[in-house]
Design a protein around this ligand. Sequence first.
Ligand code: FPP
Length: 215
Amino acid sequence: MDGNGRWAKSIGQSRQHGHKIGSSRVYEIFKTCTELGCNTATFFAMSSENMHRNDEETEFISQLLEISINEYFEELIKNEIKFKVIGDTSILSADILQVIEHAEHETENFTKYKLNIAYNYGGQWDIINSVNRALANNEPINQKTLSKHLTTHSDYPDLIVRTGGHKRLSNFMLWQAAYSELYFLDILWPDISQDDIKNIFNEYGNIKRKFGLIT
Ligand code: FPP
């Protein structure tokens, strides 16, 4: 979800305003994805590296996370959406952790849809974490055990969309992205529309995915 800061600057507003409007787009875009047949989506809110931004910004975004969960909790329940925050959440305050844990607990048995928020998440962290979990269980380090202990388990993204104009993964799901289709939009995140998602899904529908094989 890149581009909140630039979007806000372009209308003479604060970065915080950009993040606020950006966070308000998450659930709407998730709903669009589900209407187009996608049942799992992860929104990259904060990378491990983003957490080194100033306290004012990181604190504000963590509050947005709490506000968003409270705002959409009933929708998650009503629409049977399993909610999860992936990443190293140990840095969050007890209050926010409680809100996250409550939403995760209340939605944990839903299987219809999954909405993940990646917060203080890094693909490198996910892999290291997974290896350590396997080692702690005396399991061999192989594709199967590593995959099992990743935050996303066996959910690998079919497509990854990055807004904001940069063509890089910025430490997002490095293991899981091995065969993902990548889309880079010049649009700033708060400007993303349902039509943008529809266009990407249409294009994705025409791709013959080979996973390294011969079609
Ligand atoms: C990148 O844009 C965006 C972020 C680092 C934060 C993304 C956060 C949100 C969309 C709000 C939080 C959402 C939830 C659900 C908690 P940038 O700030 O780097 O933008 P710039 O490149 O234009 O400066």
